[in-house]
Design a protein around this ligand. Structure first.
Ligand code: SF4
Ligand code: SF4
Length: 432
């Protein structure tokens, strides 16, 4: 991108799209849907205000100030504003592109810069290295050090984000990627063949969830291919403003998955699904358009895929549970998948579905937002927890690991009885 012209006062090429900024007619419909605006009451922390800041930079009326950098990172990228905007403005994606600009305008230095580069450019793109990096955390739990740390309350002495990160850690198990067979054959009458995109957080933090995803897919009649050399989708890099590494990962995954003879590329991680579906836009200047389009049409969230194919219910056993559903932002707002998870939950015999008020309101996780802005994240989470409490449900279903971590932690802190389960865990419980 280095030979491309910069847009206005944006410091490097690869700026947010100018046309998208022009579409904002300042109507304000987005304001009540934006969690950071509702929290702060500040115009600059609203979708409209963020677009105005970015447009002023594009129009040479404003330097790329720290205010824009702060807003780029304070934005949850929850995309609720995209759903509510009558003009098709995507403030979250504009802010995502501004994070890349912020890294050029205000570069990190020294050890922090080296650490960031190591994590984004070496560790995340290498599944082996990533999996090895989790070994100390597993030993920390297995050797009882976690128990000691939690009972000594030593974490109260450090910054809030360390205590929260430690508290959110689920019980860790060996990563799933090396354990999954390359091919898992379908069970019962065969309906097709799919590739499984196993996200980094899913394999490391929730291996049992993704095991259930594979079980559900095979019991629904699909052979499941899991390419072991798949890499991170690039969502963490977009989130941290490293678009170049995202593009490298995107090109790699694109070629790997398009070489497979499969009907669909299925993921059980809403964040990964949204990132994979956006490869077409991300690579529009460097990729093969036909291939990108074909890839985009093959990528399916697990709920989207099962609802499209029709859930086989004849072998589902009844689950007599009261269940509610929290919509991950990257499923409902980024992928427009809202109806399908509810249909699947309600199709399980015995389930009593309790609709959650403000189900599509962010839970406050938003990748690293929950650790960078711990108090704001807590306020957003509190609103969600009150709505969950009002349902009286025993199970809280969701479909994204970031939401899962945040909600499980929040429920535990609030001494609430609900258990968080991924939608494929629920389907897996009912699958015999
Ligand atoms: S972003 Fe959309 S909804 Fe918000 S003020 Fe602009 S046009 Fe209106
Ligand atoms: S993506 Fe979310 S936090 Fe960011 S501007 Fe839109 S509604 Fe607000």
């Amino acid at each position: 991108m280095a030979d491309k012209k910069c847009l206005g006062n944006f410091p490097v090429a690869d700026a947010p799209g100018y046309e998208g900024m022009l579409q904002c007619m300042r109507c304000g419909f987005c304001l009540p849907t934006c969690p950071t605006y509702v929290l702060s009451g500040r115009e600059r922390s609203s979708p409209r205000g963020r677009i105005a800041l970015a447009k002023a930079v594009a129009d040479d009326q404003l330097e790329f100030t720290t205010a824009l950098k702060e807003e780029a990172y304070f934005c949850l990228d929850c995309r609720a504003c995209s759903t509510s905007c009558p003009s098709g403005v995507h403030a979250g994606q504009v802010m995502e592109a501004c994070r890349n600009q912020a890294q050029a305008a205000y570069p990190l230095t020294g050890a922090v810069r080296k650490f960031r580069e190591f994590v984004l450019q070496r560790m995340l793109p290498s599944p082996d290295l990533l999996e090895t990096s989790m070994l100390p955390a597993r030993l920390y739990q297995k050797l009882g050090i976690q128990w000691l740390v939690r009972h000594s309350h030593i974490l109260r002495l450090g910054p809030d984000w360390i205590a929260k990160a430690e508290g959110m850690m689920p019980e860790l198990h060996p990563p799933l990627r090396p354990q999954l067979p390359d091919v898992m054959p379908s069970v019962g009458p065969r309906r097709g063949r799919v590739a499984f995109f196993l996200g980094c957080i899913m394999t490391l933090m929730y291996p049992e969830v993704s095991r259930q995803t594979v079980k559900v897919l095979t019991h629904q009649g699909f052979d499941v291919i899991t390419p072991k050399d798949q890499k991170c989708c690039g969502a963490p890099h977009l989130n941290e403003g490293d678009r170049e590494t995202t593009r490298r990962l995107a090109l790699y995954n694109l070629e790997l998955f398009m070489a497979l003879d499969v009907d669909a590329i299925v993921t059980d991680c809403a964040g990964c699904g949204a990132a994979l579906k956006e490869y077409e836009e991300l690579l529009e200047e460097s990729g093969d358009h036909d291939m990108l389009h074909a890839f985009r049409s093959k990528v399916k969230d697990i709920s989207e895929f099962l609802a499209e194919q029709g859930l086989r219910t004849e072998n589902l056993k009844p689950l007599n549970k009261q269940v509610t559903y929290h919509e991950p932002c990257h499923l409902c707002h980024a992928q427009n998948i809202s109806r399908q998870p509810r249909e699947l939950i309600k199709a399980i015999p015995g389930i009593e579905f309790c609709e959650l008020n403000e189900a599509s309101w962010c839970c406050g996780s938003a990748a690293t937002f929950s650790l960078k802005y711990t108090s704001e994240s807590q306020l957003i989470l509190d609103r969600k927890l009150e709505n969950i409490r009002a349902t009286g449900a025993e199970l809280l279903v969701t479909a994204n690991p970031g939401c899962h971590l945040q909600l499980a932690w929040g429920l535990k802190q609030a001494n609430m009885p609900q258990q968080v389960v991924h939608i494929t865990e629920l389907l897996g419980m009912a699958t015999v």
